[in-house]
Design a protein. Structure first.
Lengths: 279, 434
């Protein structure tokens, strides 16, 4: 059976090639990104029943407002802070917060632009009029933060990436973005170079170390540490990127439970229908 | 293929309609009385699953269109508005984006099933080729839909793929400019992709109609690959038997689909596509969606651009020639030991190519891609010669015989109810037989 031999050889080669690929891929990855992979954090919003911690989102918002918002735009409406499934700030607080911003509006009847106090339906104003102005002032234009937690990921590699999708212990890993943000905020490890970051691809990050211990005052007794800030602001940014998360997971459970029961009923119905047919 | 029963209207209106447009008897013949081989397994439910996915994509897509703005400076933010401000917008958008992946997953399973059981063979060549056309249309639709998001990967994916046409000798650059509607991927490109992305699903719908028509002329293939000899002994009526089985298949597939929508909605997408398109900033790795990866790997495996493009399209086009490449008189891999081994090797090669397609264009992936591309085409090259070496196993004469042999093995003392099965069929089905 010469054919069988050829086939066995081919298959053997394929397996060998696959093995070689796996070994070489880890080596190649090590060459390419020398930065360590972020570690997976515990998040309240992870898992099939995850929800946001309101107090954490409010603290994260405080960090954003006092620190991040000096350079980063957050292109979401102010009213969303009061929506269910988010920080759920009381309506009057949202109104007061909105009114503290000055919004350029117009043109009015006589064709002039004018300034007015913000309303909850306004978007958070951007710190710079355009990305070019931001780049001129800061050296590089800081990214908009509204989708930051969904637009950042890191390589998981084979076979981890398969389990990330599955309902297994340690699986259903969707929080790569917050983990990356958390890691970046911890990655400023060289005191002599504020633009060196362990986790940033290539290590040269335009943003200098943005947060230090005690920089933002917490009123709820939570420790005012860099670690806590990083967790809170990463949670806040994940909510900003995925405001429907709680609703999605809640409905998802009902939908899956319904389908599961329906599938069971259909299975037995099908069995009954086919019971007197050999197949 | 004639049904197991005739449609005899009793209702006055139905009689009136039948005399003018026999649509109800047509539907009855196609979806109720239509004879279905008894021995079909669950891999045969993917036809129904794909029909469901096509309709789901059209419905979610039409709703998304009502809120989407096909304009280069507004497209990305209109998608975000759908996600944040439109009632249930996130659900429609995630259902549509993951629906594309599920559609391709189902179509690949459907195609591999056809490959395994020899469903492309005489007399089903036209049925198979229509399937290849649907697959091509799906690829075009999926690609253009991905561009509409107008994120970084949308933009750069569109740039890479449309640039492939510039490899065409002499007119390449003119063709690319014509496709773009300008000198780079820009608003005119987005506009035409939007128009085509809305059009093509309906073209797919029409070709699916032809596909189903062709299926109903030749009848379904089955796991034993023997033709229906005696409709009464070999088949069951489509309704309720296949209807319920397909329904169950759809619901189980929905469980998977909904898992993705509700729990891991961004798993299959690229994080870079949540960054708005920026023509001045190329992402470090431009990677297409997972369902294009094997073909992308073949494209990159070949150092010459034109040859790479030809190889990539050939990898799809070669499928259409399968009915004539495979010369074995036996259909099902169940009775073809060599073909069966070759089939699984082909599955491994295809998945390997997909993995290489996702990796950067560097060693060792380039070499591995080249080896796997050769093996991919090698599968089709070896098929015509296979019958020379292959000793096929004895094929049952009829489906009824195959079923008997199978149930005989599983439950030895029960051959009698098998024979009596048609007579014992529930009253409703019995009515359908004559």
């Amino acid at each position: 059976m010469t054919f069988k031999e050829t086939l066995t050889k081919t298959l053997g080669l394929a397996v060998a090639v696959a093995g070689l690929t796996a070994v070489a891929s880890s080596a190649a990855r090590a060459d390419e990104h020398e930065q360590p992979t972020p570690t997976r954090q515990e998040w309240t919003f992870a898992g099939p029943f995850g929800t946001f911690d309101r107090a954490q989102l409010q603290r994260g918002f405080k960090v954003y407002k006092e620190v991040c918002s000096n350079c980063h735009e957050l292109h979401i409406p102010i009213r969303t802070l009061g929506q269910t499934g988010g920080p759920e700030l009381p309506e009057d607080q949202v109104k007061a917060l909105a009114a503290s911003f000055t919004i350029k509006d117009g043109p009015n009847g006589s064709g002039d632009m004018f300034d007015r106090p913000g309303r909850p339906s306004d978007y958070f104003p951007a710190p710079f009029p355009n990305p070019e102005a931001a780049a001129t002032a800061l050296g590089a234009a800081p990214p908009d933060m509204s989708l930051l937690a969904k637009s950042r990921k890191y390589e998981r590699g084979f076979p981890k990436f398969i389990f990330d999708a599955l309902p297994v212990p340690g699986g259903m890993y969707q929080e790569l973005g917050p983990d990356y943000i958390y890691a970046i905020l911890h990655g400023y490890e060289k005191d002599e170079d504020p633009n060196w970051n362990a986790y940033f691809p290539g290590h040269k990050i335009a943003m200098g170390k943005p947060l230090v211990d005690g920089q933002v005052e917490y009123t709820d007794g939570t420790p005012a540490t860099l670690d806590q800030y990083a967790k809170d602001v990463a949670s806040f940014l994940y909510w900003a990127a995925e405001p429907s998360l709680e609703q999605r997971k809640r409905i998802g459970f009902r939908v899956l439970a319904f389908l599961f029961i329906l599938a069971g009923l259909m299975y037995f119905t099908k069995k009954k229908i086919w019971s007197n047919v050999a197949h | 293929m004639h049904g197991l029963s005739t449609f005899e209207p009793k209702n006055g209106f139905v009689k009136w309609l039948e005399a003018r447009l026999p649509i109800l008897s047509f539907a009855h013949g196609s979806f109720v009385a239509y004879p279905t081989p008894k021995n079909l397994n669950y891999w045969w439910t993917f036809g129904a699953i794909l029909s469901f996915m096509l309709i789901a994509q059209i419905i979610t897509g039409v709703v998304l269109t009502m809120h989407y703005t096909p304009e280069a400076t507004l497209a990305f933010s209109s998608v975000e508005k759908i996600m944040r401000d439109v009632n249930w917008g996130w659900l429609f958008r995630y259902a549509h984006a993951n629906g594309a992946s599920m559609f391709f997953l189902a179509v690949y399973i459907h195609m591999f099933r056809g490959l395994y059981y020899g469903s492309y063979k005489n007399p089903r060549e036209v049925l198979w080729i229509l399937g290849v056309i649907i697959f091509l249309l799906m690829m075009a639709t999926g690609f253009m839909g991905y561009v509409l998001v107008w994120g970084q990967m949308s933009f750069w994916g569109a740039t890479v793929i449309t640039n492939l046409f510039s490899a065409i000798p002499i007119f390449g650059n003119e063709i690319t400019t014509w496709l773009w509607g300008g000198y780079s991927v820009d608003n005119p490109t987005l506009n035409r992709f939007f128009a085509l992305h809305y059009l093509l699903p309906f073209v797919i719908f029409a070709v699916v109609g032809l596909h189903v028509w062709a299926l109903h002329v030749t009848g379904q293939n089955n796991p034993d690959g023997v033709e229906i000899k005696d409709v009464e002994k070999d088949c069951v009526p489509f309704t309720p038997h296949a209807t319920m089985k397909d329904g169950l298949g759809v619901v189980v597939f929905l469980l998977l689909y909904c898992w993705f929508i509700f729990y891991v909605p961004n798993y299959l997408g690229d994080a870079d596509n949540y960054i708005p398109a920026n023509p001045l900033k190329t992402p470090p790795h431009i990677v297409p969606e997972w369902y294009f990866l094997p073909f992308y790997a073949i494209l990159r495996a070949i150092p010459d651009k034109l040859a790479g493009v030809i190889a990539m399209f050939a990898a799809i086009a070669v499928l259409a020639f399968l009915p004539w490449l495979d010369k074995s008189p036996v259909r099902s891999a169940k009775y073809r030991p060599m073909y069966k081994a070759l089939f699984w090797a082909f599955v491994v090669v295809s998945i390997g190519l997909g993995y290489c397609g996702a990796m950067p264009a560097a060693e060792p992936y380039v070499t591995v891609s080249r080896v796997l591309s050769l093996l991919y085409f090698g599968f089709f090259a070896i098929l015509p010669f296979l019958p020379r070496w292959e000793k096929t196993l004895p094929v049952p004469a009829t489906i009824a015989e195959a079923v008997l042999a199978k149930s005989g093995k599983v439950e030895p003392p029960k051959p009698e109810p098998v024979k009596a099965a048609p007579a014992k069929a529930p009253t409703k089905s019995t009515r359908l037989w004559k």
